[in-house]
Design a protein around this ligand. Structure first.
Ligand code: SAM
Length: 217
């Protein structure tokens, strides 16, 4: 079993502004652990996590793939999250380059068809559109969950960029909930972009039915 990264350096004060790892984080870690063998054997060079929050997920991937052969890049709209991600990488001896940006915006051109492991645990909770817009602007805790219509407002934008980002052997791991309409997401990625997908894990936690979906070419 791969241990959960050490987050002991993060304080209550950090979690006032940064998403504290929860069931959605843990199902993602479990999904990545399930794929650990396949991930290692693909020898990924670039791992990009969108919305890294505490940095727990990228540090976990770092413990699967090692600190020296893979470049770990993350983005988050939340400045505090970028700081925590860097600290968590440091605490767990995984060098992480954390960029304060929306989705992959500043990296799109340079990372075209270059990302071997792409990860997003998005703000997936259905809310009014205005609430999601406001949360994106404020870039604080509500930005971690407010997902607008069907919880897909932010995810939808990334889905249209995935094919452009993935390398020929790239894998994309996405967390979703039932209200996001997982079959529709999978159909759309196949029909428009020719990406195959599989539900790696699904589980009920509290009031949520969570999924980890893996997309490949
Ligand atoms: C559900 S939290 C997940 C955090 C962490 N990856 C985890 O699994 O614990 C979603 C994260 O996405 C970030 N986020 C929201 N909208 C974003 C956007 N447009 N671009 C980048 N990050 C975003 C939030 O600030 C938050 O840190």
């Amino acid at each position: 079993m791969i241990p959960t990264p050490d987050l002991s350096h993060l304080t209550k004060k950090d979690y006032e502004h940064v998403y504290e790892p929860a069931e959605d984080t843990f199902i993602l870690l479990d999904g990545l652990e399930e794929d650990a063998g396949k991930l290692r054997s693909a020898h990924p060079r670039i791992c990009l996590e969108i919305g890294s929050g505490s940095g727990c997920v990228s540090s976990f991937v770092g413990s699967i793939l090692g600190a020296s052969t893979t470049l770990y890049l993350t983005t988050d709209i939340n400045f505090h999250a970028c700081r925590c991600t860097r600290q968590t990488g440091h605490q767990n001896k995984i060098p992480i380059d954390a960029v304060n940006a929306s989705l992959a915006a500043p990296l799109m051109r340079r990372l075209r068809h270059a990302v071997d492991v792409l990860i997003f645990n998005p703000p997936y909770v259905p809310t009014y559109s205005d609430e999601a817009d406001d949360a994106q602007l404020r870039a604080d805790i509500p930005g971690a969950w407010a997902g607008g219509k069907d919880g897909m407002q932010i995810t939808d934008v990334l889905l249209d960029q995935v094919e452009d980002l993935l390398s020929p052997v790239g894998r994309f791991y996405l967390v979703a909930v039932k209200q996001n309409d997982v079959p529709a997401i999978r159909r759309r990625m196949l029909d428009i972009y020719g990406l195959q997908s599989e539900v790696v894990l699904q589980r009920r936690a509290g009031g949520e039915h969570l999924y980890v979906i893996r997309f490949t070419r």
